[in-house]
Design a protein around this ligand. Structure first.
Ligand code: AP5
Ligand code: ZN
Length: 212
């Protein structure tokens, strides 16, 4: 099954995409995680992406689409995958549709996690991330067992550079302008599944399973 996650920054796409990937035993492909890994490794792609990410903007489509196509080829074991953070613009969605059509396939489900902007700001402010393995936590809604230490790998947690309030506001603006139109795009393809993302994480996952 090929799944696309839609929703505002902080809606819980990463949290739910990990659960979906474990449940269906398919790869989880997150463009944000790939960019952050490249920034950490100091690659040319990372250096370029960082300029846009730190300002809350989007990395240019040419860069992102090329990178994503390579990653899909590497990851796809024939069982599909869950895409998290891609597509994020109409040109990205069209490029994905075309690339899949060329292989005689398509996206099966687009899961849109709906969370109002006010709740997003609270989630981002309390998010803590593991710079080593990428796991994400929340100081109130998903606290690690030991304060500020990753449950998975034991590394100290950090606040993401783009989770500062000014940057979150810019990311939300970009979401409304450039990414939200994808909801209608996938509705038009007959694959849109809408989920109330304000529920507790386990409840959101149950709602997603019921829809897929
Ligand atoms: P990316 O990493 O994709 O960031 P994002 O879309 O802004 O999403 P987030 O990772 O912030 O949030 P999420 O929805 O995954 O929420 P999470 O599960 O962590 O992209 C970062 C940047 O990279 C972009 O700004 C852009 O510059 C660039 N980029 C990436 N892809 C690109 C593309 N395709 N094109 C161009 N540029 C691209 O949850 C958030 C918090 O809330 C966590 O603390 C979590 O524990 C908590 N939480 C989750 N669910 C719940 C719940 N139900 N109740 C309470 N708390 C919850
Ligand atoms: Zn970790």
């Amino acid at each position: 099954v090929k799944i696309v996650m839609l929703g505002a920054p902080g809606a819980g796409k990463g949290t739910q995409a990990k659960r979906i990937a474990d449940y269906y035993r398919i790869p989880h492909i997150s463009t944000g995680d790939i960019f952050r890994a490249n920034i950490k490794a100091g690659t040319p792609l990372g250096l370029e992406a960082k300029r846009y990410m730190d300002a809350g903007g989007l990395v240019p489509d040419e860069v992102t689409i090329g990178m994503l196509k390579d990653r899909i080829h590497e990851a796809d074991c024939g069982e599909g995958y869950v895409l998290d953070g891609f597509p994020r613009t109409i040109p990205q969605a069209e490029a994905l549709t075309e690339a899949l059509a060329a292989e005689g396939t398509k996206i099966d489900e687009a899961v849109d996690i709906e969370v109002p902007d006010e709740a997003i700001i609270d989630r981002m402010e309390g998010r803590r991330s593991c710079p080593n393995c990428g796991e994400s936590y929340h100081v109130r809604y998903r606290a690690p067992k030991t304060e500020n230490i990753c449950d998975v790998c034991g590394h100290a947690l950090v606040q993401r550079a783009d989770d500062k309030p000014e940057t979150v506001a810019a990311r939300l603006r970009v979401y409304h302008e450039q990414t939200k139109p994808l909801i209608d795009y996938y509705r038009g393809q007959g694959v849109l599944r809408e989920v109330d993302g304000t529920q507790e994480m386990g409840e959101v996952f149950e709602a997603i399973k019921a829809l897929l």
